[in-house]
Structure formats: C-alpha cells, structure tokens
Design a binder for this molecule. Structure first.
Ligand code: CA
Length: 225
C-alpha cells in the first residue's frame, strides 16, 4: 500500500511518516501544493493525507483536481483549522475523512486503515482467491489454511497482484507501488524479476491455486489455476 503525505510542517510530517512506515506502508511526501499536484498526476496512491494550509495554496485545490479525475475518495484531510467550512467543502469534494490537528497518530493510523479497507476490500481485512487468503491488516498469507512466510516486499507484491487480479500489471506500476515513486529513475527493474521468482516458488510449494504469469515484454498477470 502506498501513501502520499502532503504536509508542510516538518515535525508533523516526520512523525506521520515514521508512524506509517512502522505500519509497513510505502510512504511518499510532498510539502507544497505544487509538488503534491505533480505527484498525484503522475503516480497512483492508495491513500493521500492532505493538509489544507500549504505555503503555495490550499490543499482543497488539489482535492478539486482529484475529484475531477475520480480519485478523491481515498483522501483524508488533515487540517489545522477546526473550520466547519473547510470540512464541509472537503467532504463535498469527495474526501473520505477529515482530521483536525492536533490529532493522535494512532487515530490517523486507524483512519488510514479504514480508508484502505473500504477502498480495496469492501470493508473486509482479507482478500481470498481459491485456497489463498491474504490478510492485509495482519500481513499474513495462508494457503490451504497453512501459514506461508513472505518477506516484506514479497507480501507487498502479492497484495498488489491480488488487488489488481483482473488486470495486466506493468513492471513500472508494480515497481512504483512496492518500491516507491523514485524507482522510475532506476537503471533497470531486474530486481522485480527475482522477487517474483521467489514469490512464485513459495506459492507453488504451498500448493496455491493462483500463479503469477509473465506477459512477455509488458509485465505480469495473476491467474487462478
Ligand atoms: Ca500546513
């Protein structure tokens, strides 16, 4: 799961980032409206934490643009002002939730989890496919009711595939999602091949009824066996 944090207060930004990284999310940051708008137009995020009072404008402008793109539903506004107007405008523009500063980091984590659950799992914590159950909350994989150990990146790769199981996943999309936005500056994406090779082996050994199939020259697709 990849999250964009838009916040110009450095201390708060650092606290939020540290906390989200502890929860094993891939975290990207922007401290101005311009940077946030650039990132949101280029990359995909599962959740965006959006401060309203930014040095070069209002976070609500970005929300407006996201709404036009149909991407506003995974935004949580974090605002310093307990302003009813901002809150109403934000929710009207399609934001999922609204937190007033100062808030407890645990509260933020809970709200992020709720957004991700709603967005990706229709309210559940786990994705099931054949005999494979992936619990996104506790980060556990069970195949045939037996636990299978995955490393952090293998888990992220598999969850991305399971959430996009009907789609062809390009190498770039997978890399950006699991390794972060800057991966598009990497010289090559060979490491993905090795991660997937290991993951495939683990799935096969466990007797999983799913397989990650390579689509030559493009990427991968998750198929049911
Ligand atoms: Ca601010």
């Amino acid at each position: 799961m990849k999250i964009l944090v838009v916040e110009d207060e450095r201390d708060l930004m650092e606290a939020i980032v540290a906390s989200l990284q502890r929860e094993q999310y891939v975290v990207e940051t922007a401290s101005t409206l311009t940077a946030a708008t650039d990132k949101a137009s280029i990359y995909e995020y599962d959740c965006i934490l959006l401060d309203i009072g930014l040095p070069d404008g209002s976070g609500l402008q970005l929300l407006q643009e996201l709404k036009q793109l149909g991407k506003a539903e995974n935004v949580i506004i974090i605002s310093a002002k307990d302003s009813l107007d901002d809150k109403l405008t934000g929710l009207e523009l399609g934001a999922d939730d609204y937190l007033t500063k100062p808030f407890h980091i645990a509260e933020l984590n809970a709200r992020v989890k709720a957004v991700l659950r709603r967005k990706t799992l229709n309210g559940k914590n786990a994705i099931e496919l054949g005999n494979v159950v992936l619990d996104l909350n506790d980060r556990l994989l069970n195949v045939n009711q037996q636990p299978v150990t995955l490393n952090r990146k293998e888990f992220d790769v598999l969850s991305y595939f399971m959430l996009n199981r009907k789609r062809l996943v390009t190498k770039t999309a997978l890399a950006e999602h699991v390794w972060g936005d800057n991966i598009d500056q990497a010289d090559n994406l060979d490491f993905i091949y090795y991660q997937i090779k290991n993951l495939r082996k683990k799935l096969q050994t466990a007797g999983a009824e799913i397989e990650i199939e390579a689509v030559y020259g493009i990427g991968y697709k998750l198929i049911e066996l």
